[in-house]
Write a protein that binds this ligand. Structure first.
Ligand code: FE
Length: 253
C-alpha cells in the first residue's frame, strides 16, 4: 500500500519532531502494510519547505531507514497552501509535485475556499499540473456548500480524503460528510496525513476496512490502485462526479 500524504520528515513542520520519531512513524507504517510514503511537509506562511529542502530531508530519512532495516521508501512531495501568488511560487520552482509527477497537492484554508481557487486550479492545469485538493472534508466552506468541491472536480481537480476522517477520529459529522463525498465520486485518494503515532497516526487499515465493508472491496482497491498509479505518474481512475445529496430530514425530502 502507498500513503501519498504524510508528515514524516523530521523537524520541519508540525509532524515528526526529530529523526527518532520519523523512524517510529516508519515502523508503524510498515505494520499497517504501507511500503512507500510520499513525504508531504507543509509549505505555507508558518513553515517554509521549498523543493530543495524537502529533497534533501527525504534522502536523509531514506538513508536512516536503510541503516535501521525498515522496509519503507520515502518519496518527495509537499503540501503547499493555496495563496494569491501560488503560480509565481510554482514558476520560481519552490513547489514540489508528488514524486516528481504531474500531480501536486493544494491545501485550502480550513475556514473557507478563497475566491481565486478555481482560477489558480485552472491555470495550474494549463502548466500541465493536476491539482489534488487535500482533505476537503475538513474545509468549512465545502462542508457548508459541497457544490464548490463538485465544481472544482468537474473542472479537473482531484481530491484526497484523510483516512482518520473515515474512521471517525474527527467526529461523526466529518465521518458522515466523508462518506457522502465518496458516494458522490468526489474522492480519488485516501491517505493518512499522519503527523505522529499518537493523536494523528495512520489509520489506513481501518479506513480501508470501513470502505470495504460499506461499499465492497472493489471500492477499496480503486483507492489503493490510484495511489500506485499516482506515484508512477499514470492517469488515475475517476468516476463522473455527482452533486452531494442533501441529508434527508425526517424523511420528507
Ligand atoms: Fe497534511
Amino acid at each position: 500500500m502507498i500513503d501519498i500524504h504524510c508528515h514524516i520528515l523530521p523537524g520541519i513542520d508540525d509532524g515528526a519532531t526529530a529523526m527518532e520519531e520519523s523512524v517510529e512513524m516508519a515502523r508503524e507504517a510498515v505494520k499497517e502494510g504501507i511500503r512507500a510514503i510520499i513525504a508531504t511537509p507543509h509549505h505555507n506562511r508558518f513553515y517554509e519547505n521549498p523543493k530543495e529542502a524537502v529533497i534533501q530531508k527525504v534522502a536523509e530519512l531514506n538513508n536512516r531507514l536503510m541503516e535501521e532495516n525498515v522496509p519503507l521508501s520515502i518519496l518527495p512531495g509537499q503540501e503547499p497552501a493555496i495563496s494569491g501568488d501560488f503560480l509565481e511560487e510554482y514558476q520560481k520552482g519552490n513547489i514540489l509535485t508528488l514524486n516528481n509527477t504531474q500531480y501536486a497537492f493544494m491545501e485550502l484554508p480550513s475556514g473557507d475556499v478563497p475566491r481565486y481557487t478555481s482560477q489558480i486550479l485552472y491555470e495550474l492545469q494549463n502548466f500541465g499540473v493536476i491539482p489534488i485538493i487535500v482533505h476537503p472534508e475538513r474545509n468549512q466552506g465545502i462542508i457548508e456548500r459541497p457544490d464548490i468541491l463538485y465544481e472544482l472536480i468537474r473542472n479537473g481537480a482531484l481530491a484526497q480524503l484523510t483516512a482518520s476522517s473515515i474512521c471517525g477520529v474527527f467526529g461523526k459529522n466529518i465521518k458522515n460528510f466523508s462518506l457522502r463525498l465518496i458516494e458522490a465520486n468526489l474522492v480519488h485518494f485516501i491517505a493518512s496525513d499522519a503527523h505522529n503515532i499518537q493523536s494523528r497516526t495512520f489509520h489506513m487499515q481501518r479506513a480501508f476496512e470501513e470502505i470495504g465493508t460499506r461499499y465492497g472491496n472493489d471500492f477499496a482497491s480503486f483507492f489503493r490502485e490510484n495511489a500506485e498509479r499516482l506515484i508512477e505518474g499514470k492517469n488515475v481512475y475517476k468516476d463522473e462526479p455527482q452533486k452531494v445529496k442533501r441529508k434527508k430530514l425526517l424523511g420528507i425530502f
